[in-house]
Design a protein. Structure first.
Lengths: 167, 790
C-alpha cells in the first residue's frame, strides 16, 4: 500500500467534497448575490485543484477519476433551489441559514488546508520539486478561500444574530 | 453673456491652446437670464470636476452662473450642465412641504408632524430590533458638513454600520484602488499635471462627456504646440477616442487582461524605473510572474483588439517622460473593477511616475461631493480615512466624539449599498433613510429594488428636492434645500476644497439635510458619554470646525482651512495644515506612501475574491511607506453573451444629463438636448437585426426588458449601449414602467466588485429585437460618441 498515494487521495476527496458544498451553498443562497458568484468560482477552483492532484496521485499508485465539473447554477436541482432561496431570502431567518452554511464550508476548507499541509511535507521529504511548487500555489488559494469565509462570517453574523435579539 | 443653447452644440467652447509648462489661459463662461444684483461664491455640483463658479442672484432668485477665473480647477470655464443646470432650483415642482403617507397616500404635513412620525418609528425599532435595523443610503451631492453629521448620527448616535452613499456606484473603486496600492485613499495628483504631461492614458474614462472642463484642459494641450501622446481605452468612439494616437476599443469586462499585457510589455522592453520600483514598492516579483502570462497576443484574443495596437499603446506609455493616467466608470463599473484600477496604478508605479509634475495616476470620482463621503465616513470607511480594523484608530475617533468605542460599529467594514438593500429585502433592516438619491432608477435590477422599497414592513424616509421615483415609494418625504440654498464645502477629484455660500432661501419649508439630521438627533436625544448632545454644532461652519479636528493628522487633513480662507480666490487642495498652510498640490512627492501598518486605512484584500488580509499578517510584512504592486489574473465577467443573449450591454452617461435627470431634465436646454433614452448599435449588428436608425427596439436581459429608439454609431460590434439616466417620474404612474420600460437598470445584473463593492453595471448579456419602424430621426443628442453613422 502506497501511503503517499493515499494521502493525496484524501486531499483529492476533500477538494471534491468542498466543491460539492460550494455548489450546494451557492444554489441554496442564491438571494445572497456575492455568495452565489463566489461559491461558483470556488467550486470551479476546487475541481481544478482536484484535477491537478491526479497525476501526482497516479505516480503513487492511486488512479483517481477525473473530477466532475458540476458548478453553481447548473445542477439538476439548481432551479428549484434558486426559487426556494428567493422565497426564504425574504425572511430574516435567511441570515441564520447563511451562517450555518458558512460554518460548514469553513470546516471543510480547513480540512482541505490540513491535507495541503501534509502534501507539502510529503513533497519535501520525497524531494519532489514539482509537487512542492503545486502545493505552494494551490494551498495559498485554499487559504484565500478560508480568508474569504472569515470575511463573510465577520460581516454577516451580527446582522443574523443581533437584530431583534431578545424579542 | 452667452446665447441660449449655444453650449449644447459647442459643448467644450472655443479652444485656448497652450504648451507644456504654460499656464492654462482663463476663459470665463457665463450664463445669466437676468442682470444679477450680486454674485455669491460657490462651485459646480454637476460632475466631479468641481469648477469654481459664482451664483448670480436677483430678487432672491438665482438668475445665472459665471465661472471663476481665479479658480485653479477651471480657470473660468463651465460645462453645459454647470451653465444650464441651475435652473432646476427655480423649478415650479420643487417640494416645499413634508409629506407623510396616510391611508396609502402621501399627504402634506408640518415638519413637526413628519419628524415625529420618523422619530416614533425609530424609537419603536430601537426598542424591538436594535440599531442594526436602521439603514441610511445617502448621496454624492450633499456637502461635507452634512455627510459628517450623518455619519455621526448613524455611527455614534444609533450605532449602525449600515450607512453608505450612492458614491458606492460611482467612486468606491477609486477609493479602494488607492487604498490597495498606496495604503490609503486620496488622489495623489493635481490637475496641473495635465499642464506639463507628455503622455495621457485614459482607460474607460469618457472625460469629454463626464468631466467636460477637464477635457477642455486636455484638449487645449492636445491642440497646443507640443501635443501630448494620447492612448484611449473605450469600446465606444468617444470624443477622446477620436483624438487618440492609439485607441483600443476593447470588449467590455477585459480591462485586467489588457493592462496585464501592457505591463508585460513595459517589463519585457525595460521601460521601467527599476530604482524606484526597488526602493518604493513591494510586490514586483509576484507581479512580474503573473503578467508574464499575458503577452499581447493572449490579451488581444481576450480583449478583441490587435496585438499590434497593444504594443503601440505600451510603447507610447513606456517611452513618454511625464505620464498622466486616469480611469473612470469603464473600469469602476466593469468586471474586476478594483483589480483593473490597481493595474493602472501599477503602470505609473513601474514607470516611477508619481508625485512629480506631470506624473500621476488619477482615480477619478463620479460625483461632485463623492470625495467627501469617503473622508467623513459616510460610506465604506470611518471618518478621516480611519481603519476600522485598527483599534487605535477607532479609540481615537471615539475619544474625539466622546463615546464608547464599542458604540461605533467596527466588527466589519461599514455595510455597502447593495448589502443594505439585501438586508432590507430579508427584513432585518426596517427603516431606510434615503437622502438625495434615487435608487429606484439608479440601482441594478430595478424590479427587485422597487419590490424592496414597496414592502409594507420597511419604513422609507426620503429627503429630496423633487418627488422622484424613489420619493413616490416613501412613507415620509422631507423637502430638501438644494445647492445655492445652503452653505457648505465639498472636494473634487484633485483634492480641491471649495466653499459654497448660501445664495438664496430654499423654497417654501424646504430645509438643508444638515438641519434635518440636527433635528433628528435632537429629537432622538443622542448624547455623548457625558450626557451632552452628540451633535455639538448648529451651523455648517461649526460642523466644518469639528470635522477639521477629526481629520487632523490624517492624510485628508483639513485643519488649516477655514471658511474665510476659502472665500475670495481659488479652491484649496488638502492636506491643509501647519506644514501646508496654503494646501498641497501633490501627494507622495518624497515617494513615501501612507502604507505603514499603524497609519494605513485598510490592510487590503485579495483582489479576486475580496477576502480581507489579516492584520497581523500585514504588520509582519509592514510595507513601511512603500506602495504595493498588486497583481491580478484576468477572470471573465460574471455574465457573458450566450445564444439566448448574444450582446454585451454597456450603460453610461450623456453629457447633458446627471444621474437620474432629477435636476437636468428641469433645465430646458439640457432636456431638449436629450429628452429620451436610446439604444446604440453598431451598423453591422443593426443590419443583421433588420434595424434602421430610429427604429424602436427592445433590449432584453434575463432580468428585464426596455424599449427605445435605435441609434447606429461607431460602437464596437456586439456591444449595445443604453444611457442610464431615464426613469419614470415624468410619466403616469411615476415610480415604475407604465407599459414602456426604458430605464437601463431594468436590465443590469446584481453583482458587485469583490473589493470595492461597486455594482458591475457595464457587463450584462442581452438580446435585441426590432419592435416597430421609426418615425424618422429619434430625438437624441449629437455628441461625437453618439454620432450617427451611415
Amino acid at each position: 500500500m502506497n501511503k503517499i498515494g493515499l494521502a493525496l487521495k484524501e486531499l483529492y476527496r476533500a477538494e471534491e467534497e468542498l466543491a460539492d458544498e460550494y455548489v450546494k451553498v451557492g444554489e441554496r443562497l442564491a438571494a445572497e448575490h456575492d455568495v452565489w458568484y463566489d461559491c461558483r468560482r470556488f467550486a470551479d477552483q476546487c475541481h481544478l485543484h482536484a484535477a491537478a492532484i491526479r497525476p501526482f496521485a497516479a505516480r503513487h499508485e492511486q488512479d483517481l477519476d477525473p473530477p466532475d465539473d458540476e458548478t453553481v447554477g447548473q445542477t439538476t436541482t439548481a432551479a428549484l433551489r434558486h426559487k426556494l432561496s428567493e422565497v426564504l431570502g425574504r425572511r430574516p431567518e435567511s441570515g441564520l441559514l447563511l451562517l450555518r452554511s458558512l460554518r460548514q464550508l469553513y470546516l471543510q476548507a480547513q480540512e482541505v488546508s490540513f491535507h495541503w499541509i501534509v502534501a507539502g511535507q510529503l513533497a519535501q521529504a520525497t524531494r519532489d520539486h514539482e509537487l512542492l511548487e503545486l502545493v505552494d500555489e494551490l494551498h495559498r488559494e485554499t487559504l484565500t478561500q478560508i480568508k474569504w469565509l472569515k470575511t463573510q462570517v465577520k460581516q454577516s453574523s451580527p446582522q443574523a444574530l443581533v437584530v431583534g435579539a431578545g424579542t | 453673456m452667452q446665447m441660449d443653447g449655444e453650449r449644447i452644440v459647442d459643448v467644450w467652447g472655443a479652444r485656448t491652446p497652450y504648451e507644456a509648462g504654460g499656464e492654462w489661459p482663463a476663459r470665463v463662461d457665463e450664463l445669466v437670464l437676468d442682470e444679477p444684483e450680486r454674485w455669491v461664491q460657490s462651485a459646480c455640483v454637476l460632475c466631479s470636476n468641481g469648477c469654481g463658479l459664482d451664483i448670480g442672484v436677483r430678487g432672491g432668485r438665482i438668475v445665472g452662473v459665471r465661472g471663476r477665473a481665479a479658480d485653479r480647477v477651471n480657470h473660468g470655464r463651465l460645462g453645459p450642465k454647470g451653465l444650464y443646470g441651475w435652473q432646476a432650483n427655480n423649478s415650479p415642482d420643487r417640494l416645499t412641504r413634508p409629506l407623510v403617507r396616510r391611508d396609502g397616500e402621501l399627504r402634506e404635513a408640518s415638519w413637526d408632524e413628519a419628524m415625529e412620525v420618523v422619530v416614533a418609528r425609530s424609537r419603536e425599532l430601537l426598542e424591538s430590533m436594535g440599531p442594526l435595523s436602521f439603514g441610511f443610503y445617502t448621496s454624492g451631492q450633499l456637502f461635507a458638513e452634512e455627510y459628517y453629521a450623518q455619519a455621526k448620527v448613524a455611527r455614534a448616535g444609533l450605532g449602525t454600520p449600515h450607512l453608505d452613499g450612492n458614491t458606492r456606484l460611482c467612486t468606491a473603486t477609486a477609493e479602494w484602488a488607492l487604498i490597495e496600492s498606496f495604503g490609503c485613499d486620496g488622489d495623489p495628483g493635481s490637475y496641473t499635471d495635465i499642464d506639463v504631461c507628455d503622455t495621457l492614458f485614459l482607460v474607460g474614462h469618457n472625460v469629454a462627456e463626464t468631466q467636460t472642463v477637464l477635457w477642455m484642459r486636455m484638449l487645449d494641450r492636445l491642440h497646443g504646440r507640443d501635443r501630448p501622446q494620447l492612448v484611449v481605452v473605450d469600446p465606444r468612439p468617444t470624443p477622446a477616442a477620436r483624438e487618440a494616437d492609439v485607441w483600443l476599443p476593447i470588449r467590455s469586462g477585459t480591462n485586467v487582461a489588457l493592462l496585464n499585457a501592457i505591463q508585460h510589455e513595459l517589463i519585457v522592453n525595460g521601460w521601467l524605473d527599476l530604482a524606484f520600483v526597488e526602493e518604493h514598492t513591494v510586490g514586483f516579483a509576484a507581479l512580474e510572474k503573473i503578467v508574464s502570462a499575458y503577452p499581447p497576443e493572449r490579451a488581444a484574443d481576450i480583449c478583441g483588439v490587435s496585438p499590434q495596437a497593444i504594443r503601440d499603446a505600451a510603447r507610447v506609455l513606456g517611452t513618454g517622460e511625464r505620464l498622466v493616467s486616469t480611469c473612470l466608470q469603464g473600469v469602476y463599473q466593469s468586471n474586476q473593477a478594483t483589480a483593473a484600477a490597481v493595474q493602472l496604478n501599477n503602470v505609473n508605479l513601474l514607470r516611477g511616475m508619481i508625485g512629480k509634475p506631470g506624473c500621476s495616476v488619477f482615480q477619478m470620482n463620479g460625483q461632485p461631493t463623492a470625495e467627501n463621503t469617503r473622508e467623513t465616513g459616510a460610506n465604506g470607511a470611518l471618518p478621516g480615512y480611519r481603519n476600522f480594523e485598527n483599534d487605535a484608530h477607532v479609540d481615537d475617533l471615539a475619544a474625539l466624539w466622546n463615546v464608547d468605542p464599542l458604540t461605533i460599529p467596527h466588527w466589519a467594514p461599514p455595510t455597502h449599498a447593495l448589502q443594505i438593500f439585501r438586508f432590507a429585502e430579508e427584513g432585518s433592516i426596517r427603516l431606510l433613510w434615503i437622502t438625495c438619491t434615487n435608487p429606484a432608477v439608479s440601482l441594478p435590477e430595478l424590479h427587485r429594488i422597487r419590490s424592496i422599497l414597496s414592502q409594507e414592513r420597511l419604513f422609507v424616509v426620503v429627503s429630496d428636492a423633487f418627488l422622484t421615483e424613489t420619493a413616490q415609494l416613501a412613507d415620509v418625504v422631507l423637502p430638501a434645500a438644494l445647492w445655492g440654498e445652503k452653505q457648505g464645502t465639498y472636494t473634487n477629484a484633485d483634492r480641491t476644497v471649495h466653499l459654497s455660500d448660501k445664495a438664496v432661501e430654499p423654497p417654501g419649508e424646504a430645509r438643508s439635510d444638515l438641519d434635518m439630521f440636527l433635528d433628528y438627533a435632537h429629537r432622538m436625544g443622542f448624547t455623548d458619554r457625558d450626557g451632552e448632545p452628540l451633535l455639538r454644532f448648529a451651523t455648517p461652519e461649526e460642523a466644518f470646525e469639528e470635522f477639521k479636528r477629526v481629520s487632523a493628522g490624517r492624510p485628508c487633513d483639513y485643519s488649516g482651512l477655514t471658511y474665510e480662507k476659502l472665500r475670495g480666490g481659488s479652491g484649496i487642495q488638502w492636506p491643509c495644515n501647519a506644514e501646508f498652510p496654503d494646501g498641497c498640490e501633490r501627494l507622495y512627492v518624497n515617494h513615501v506612501f501612507p502604507s505603514h501598518a499603524a497609519y494605513c486605512e485598510s490592510y487590503g484584500h485579495d483582489l479576486i475574491s475580496g477576502a480581507e488580509n489579516e492584520p497581523d499578517e500585514y504588520a509582519a510584512h509592514d510595507p513601511g511607506g512603500r506602495a504595493f504592486l498588486k497583481a491580478a489574473e484576468y477572470v471573465p465577467s460574471p455574465e457573458l453573451p450566450s445564444d439566448d443573449y448574444p450582446f454585451l450591454l454597456n450603460t453610461g452617461r450623456t453629457v447633458y444629463h446627471w444621474h437620474t435627470r432629477t435636476k437636468t431634465a428641469r433645465a430646458p436646454e439640457l432636456e431638449r438636448a436629450a429628452p429620451e433614452a436610446w439604444v446604440e448599435l453598431a451598423p453591422e449588428d443593426a443590419e443583421r437585426l433588420g434595424v434602421a436608425d430610429g427604429d424602436l427596439v427592445a433590449v432584453e436581459s434575463a432580468r428585464g426588458k426596455i424599449e427605445a429608439p435605435a441609434r447606429l454609431t461607431g460602437i464596437r460590434a456586439g456591444v449595445v449601449f443604453v444611457p442610464f439616466h431615464y426613469g419614470y417620474w415624468d410619466e403616469p404612474e411615476g415610480s415604475e414602467p407604465n407599459g414602456s420600460p426604458h430605464a437601463a437598470n431594468e436590465l443590469t445584473i446584481t453583482r458587485w466588485d469583490p473589493v470595492s463593492k461597486q455594482p458591475i453595471y457595464k457587463t450584462a448579456a442581452v438580446r435585441v429585437q426590432k419592435v416597430a419602424d421609426g418615425d424618422g430621426a429619434a430625438a437624441v443628442p449629437a455628441v461625437a460618441s453618439q454620432e450617427r453613422l451611415g
